[in-house]
Design a binder for this molecule. Structure first.
Ligand code: GTP
Ligand code: MG
Length: 204
């Protein structure tokens, strides 16, 4: 699939404040600094669409980007950033939970994990909570340009073992890099496939 148009539409702080009309949404979540906003820029081919920073805690709202005039990519704030007040952390968590629990148009949540680290407790807990809620998700390993081929293959194998303790079948896993575009086509094709299936179901 080709993204021919990507437009920033709105920032909101709750599912109730999201743009209308409602359209399908593919949302990006993960620890602060894992590379959510950068990957959205990579997928859309627009390096200044979502705001990025080398410092964690950059994205503070639910940001909607309208793709090809038809569906949304949604950039969410990160979770687990320690260097903010407890109250701020709680309000960001509430914003994320509200989006996940009440955004009826969310088709899929992309959960981003840094390819350089083993599965962290906070990510594990988050994934388990998605399983309990029955939220559909896929995993995007980020910053894969920082790993060699063998290290990446080994990370993916280990991740499958880690996830295999909870999931059967395993969720989809994509190796990505916003730096060199790894995984871009695969992720866009995956979204396209889901959109096509949903279109067909709606026609029936
Ligand atoms: P928050 O909005 O704070 O939750 O962070 P985020 O997950 O949106 O991360 P962001 O996209 O702002 O990127 C964080 C840092 O990681 C930036 O310095 C990016 O340049 C860097 N980064 C993101 N993706 C990649 C990647 O694929 N490869 C490399 N080498 N660096 C990356
Ligand atoms: Mg961000």
């Amino acid at each position: 699939m080709k993204i021919t148009k990507a437009v920033y539409v709105a920032s909101s702080v709750s599912a109730a404040g999201m743009p209308t009309p409602a359209r399908r949404q593919f949302a990006f979540i993960g620890r602060s600094n894992v590379g959510k906003s950068s990957l959205i820029n990579c997928l859309t081919g627009n390096s200044s669409l979502a705001h990025t920073s080398s410092k964690p805690g950059k994205t503070q709202c639910i940001n909607h980007f309208l793709i090809n005039g038809s569906w949304y990519l949604v950039d969410l704030p990160g979770y687990g950033y320690a260097k903010v007040s407890q109250a701020r952390r709680a309000s960001l968590k509430a914003m994320i939970d509200d989006y996940i629990d009440h955004s009826r148009e969310m088709v899929l949540l992309f959960v981003l994990l840094d390819s350089r680290h083993d599965l962290m407790k906070i990510d594990q807990d988050f994934l388990i909570s998605l399983g309990e809620k029955g939220v559909p998700f896929a995993i995007l390993l980020t910053k894969c340009d920082k790993l060699g081929t063998n290290a990446l293959a080994s990370r993916i194998a280990t991740l499958k073992k880690e996830l295999g303790q909870w999931w059967e079948p395993l969720p989809e896993i994509f190796a990505t890099s916003a730096e060199n575009g790894l995984g871009r086509e695969a992720v866009l094709d995956y979204i396209e496939r889901i959109n096509r299936d949903l279109d067909q179901n709606e026609k029936q």
